[in-house]
Design a protein around this ligand. Structure first.
Ligand code: SF4
Length: 311
């Protein structure tokens, strides 16, 4: 395996069993790599399976078929010690990051708890230095540091979630909708903070987003997902080229695609034909599109598209 690659997702499929006759397909034959120190974004409408993919990377969901390799090691075949190390190296920031936190604790106490959990052998002074370092990194207003979590404004809560992820000194952070619920000014602040942290700490990111416009300019590689499959995979520059998957074009033309959008994908598992998942919405659909699933092909260097327009 290439030394630069931190994560490799190979022929990855995920099904959920509904009953003995039905399986729900959530992810189908995903293949992509995330290089160390880079940002990979998975973009698609709500329900397309991108969050399921993110949860798999933190080993919360085992793949049904295929494999996910972290630093060359198949995460499904790790022993308990290796899994414990992975939980420290890979952190996820959820869309509603503080819902599971104890509201009675102060920001400082919460971060202290995380630092204690991941570095129990450190001296008291070393723990305090670590907490101060993390708080400086996220640039949280100092007067919030001793506030209870439930007293914090939503914007500051997201900063705390980043701090809690940093407490473990992770290598990879999965950011599930990192900027969906905030105003534009704060979204910009979060994105530049995450990029600064990446430069300073050598972090690798997987961004999961329904807003292509927001993550496009800060991503090294972008995977466009539709109904559990990757339909396009390339870098930021090539995603602006004329050769694009029709679904990517539709995402590009929408400034916002979010949970309230009527086009949000419901029943992510339903594929009515053997053909392209986008066939019922595509303006370019031909007969072959209904019969044959398009394969991902490299249409130019580092630009992969699954569409019969480019066969
Ligand atoms: S394969 Fe056919 S239906 Fe699917 S996106 Fe391409 S042209 Fe449209």
């Amino acid at each position: 395996m290439n030394q630069d690659v931190l994560v490799e997702v190979k022929d990855f499929k995920k099904y959920f069993t509904i009953n003995k006759y039905m399986k729900l397909r959530s992810l189908d034959s995903l293949n992509f790599k995330i290089k160390k120190g880079q940002t990979f974004s998975l973009v698609g409408e709500t329900g397309c399976g991108k969050s399921t993919c993110g949860r798999t990377l933190v080993n919360a969901l085992p793949p049904s078929e295929g494999a996910v390799f972290y630093d060359g090691k198949d995460i499904s075949h790790m022993d308990e010690y290796e899994k414990q190390c992975l939980r420290k190296k890979v952190k996820i920031i959820f869309q509603n990051p503080c819902a599971a936190l104890n509201p009675q604790l102060t920001v400082h106490k919460l971060i202290a708890e995380q630092v204690d959990t991941h570095f129990p052998a450190r001296s008291y002074q070393a723990q305090q230095n670590r907490i101060s370092f993390i708080l400086e990194q996220i640039d949280l207003d100092s007067h919030y540091r001793n506030e209870l979590i439930y007293e914090l404004p939503d914007n500051q809560l997201y900063l705390v979630a980043i701090a809690l992820a940093l407490a473990a000194s992770p290598e990879l952070i999965v950011c599930d909708e990192p900027i969906s619920a905030s105003n534009d000014q704060f979204q910009t602040k979060i994105i530049s903070l995450l990029k600064e942290l990446q430069n300073d700490l050598g972090l690798t990111y997987l961004f999961i987003s329904s807003r292509l416009s927001m993550v496009k300019h800060v991503s090294d590689q972008i995977g466009i997902m539709h109904l559990g499959t990757l339909v396009e995979l390339t870098n930021n520059q090539l995603l602006s080229s004329k050769k694009m998957h029709p679904y990517t074009k539709s995402l590009m033309s929408e400034s916002t695609v979010n949970a309230n959008n009527k086009r949000a994908v419901k029943g992510e598992t339903v594929r009515l034909s053997k053909g392209c998942s986008y066939v019922s919405q595509c303006l370019h659909a031909g007969l072959i599109c209904q019969k044959k699933l398009p394969e991902m092909i490299e249409i130019e260097a580092n630009h992969f598209v699954a569409c019969h327009l480019y066969d």
